[in-house]
Write a protein that binds this ligand. Sequence first.
Ligand code: URA
Length: 435
Amino acid sequence: MRPYELIKAKRDGQRLAPEDIRAFIEAYTSGQVPDYQMSALCMAVFFRGLDAVELGAWAQAMLRSGEVVDLSDTPGVKVDKHSTGGVGDKVSVSLAPLAAACGVPVPMISGRGLGHTGGTVDKLLSIPGFRMDVPVPEYRRLVREVGCCLISQTEAIAPADKKLYALRDVTATVDCIPLIASSIMSKKLAEGIDALVLDVKVGSGAFMKKVEDARTLARTMIGIGAEMGRKVTALLTDMNQPLGRAVGNALEIVEAVEMLHGRAPADYTEVTMALTAEMLVLGRKAASIAEARGMLEKVIADGSAVRKLKEIVQAQGGDPRAIDDYSRLPQARATVDVVPAPRDGFVTVIDTEAVGLAAVALGAGRQRVDSIIDPAVGFTLLRKEGEPVKAGEPVVRVHYNDPAPLEEVKARLARAYQFGPQAPASRPLVIERLE
Ligand code: URA
C-alpha cells in the first residue's frame, strides 16, 4: 500500500495489515515518508484507534527500528520506570539514584517535554555539562559500573519513537492510548530491561483524564510487555495538580535533590517512594514493599542516594557541584508572584494542563519541534490544592527571563486556579496497582 492509501484506509476505519504498518514505520524512520504523512496517519489513529493485532505490529515496528540493547553482561535484574507524563513530574530524577543506591541496575531512556507535560531529558540537561546522547557502548558500561544511565532517545535505540514523539508533540496526537502505549513500550523494551514499573498518571494534568482510560492504557502496556516476556507493574497516580511545588526544568532538579535529602513536598516524596519500592521488589532486592521502603529511607538518611546522583551526573559529564550548590544551575533573572486569592478560603482546583501550558508559554517547554527551551524558567506553587489562602495572597511565583510572555502566562495561571470557602476532600495519590 502506498502511504496515501494507508492513511485513507485508517481514516475510513479499516484495519491495517501488519506488514503495511511495518513498511510505513520503516519508511518514516528512514525519511522516505515525510512528517506530514505520518502526522495524518497519527491523527487517523487518534480517531480510529488500533486493534490488538495492529498495535502489536506498530509497537514491534517501533522497537525494531533500531538496536535492541543487550545488558546481559550486567548482573542483576535491570528495572526501569516510565511515566505517561505529567506536570512537575520529576520522579525519575530522584527515583533512578534511589533504586541504583539500593543495588537495582537502572537503564533509563527518557523523553523531552511532550505537549503540556515536562520531560526528564529537559530537566536533566539543565545540569551544566550533563550529556544524555550517550553512545550505546558507553550506556552499557555506565549501567554496569555506575548502576544507572539516563539517556535521551537516540538514533540507535527506537529511532522511530524519537521522530514520532517530537512530531506528536506539535500535532495534537499525544493523548491517544495506542500511540502512547507503543511509544513507551518500544523504547523501554529496546533499552535492555528485565522489568518495568509504569506510572500511569490520571487527572487534569495527565493525558488520561479518567481512571478508566488510564486503566486501559496500563493494561495495554502490560499486555505488550507480557508478549515480550517482561514483567510490568503499573501504578495509577493522581495528576490533578502538579507534583511537588516546582514546575520548570532547573527548578525541578532542585526539588528532586531535596527529595534525596528527605526535604521535598509530601506528594512528590510519596509517589517516588511508591514507584521506587516497586522497582526494588521487581529487582529482587526486597521481598516486600514494606522492606523496600525501609531500604529507601536508609539510603536517603545515610546520604548514599545523593552520592549516587552525583556519581551519575559526573559519569555523564555533568557538574556534580550543582547538586550541592544550586546557584550553579541556570537561574532566572527575575521573579514575580501572581494570581492573588480573591478572598479568604482555600485553593479548591488547579487545572494542571493549564499550568503546563502556561509553563510552555513561558519557555519551559516547546511550541514547535525546534523550539529552544529556557532551563531556568518556571513556577513555584506557593499554594496547592486544599491549602488555605488569605484574600490578596498570590499563589504562584513565576521565575522568568523574557518578560514578553508574562501577561499571557499570568492569565493562563489565573484561569487554572479556583478558590472556595472550604478545603476539597483529599484524594489518594496512588489510585490503583495493576500487574
Ligand atoms: N511518554 C512517552 O514516552 N510517550 C508518549 O507517547 C507519552 C508519554
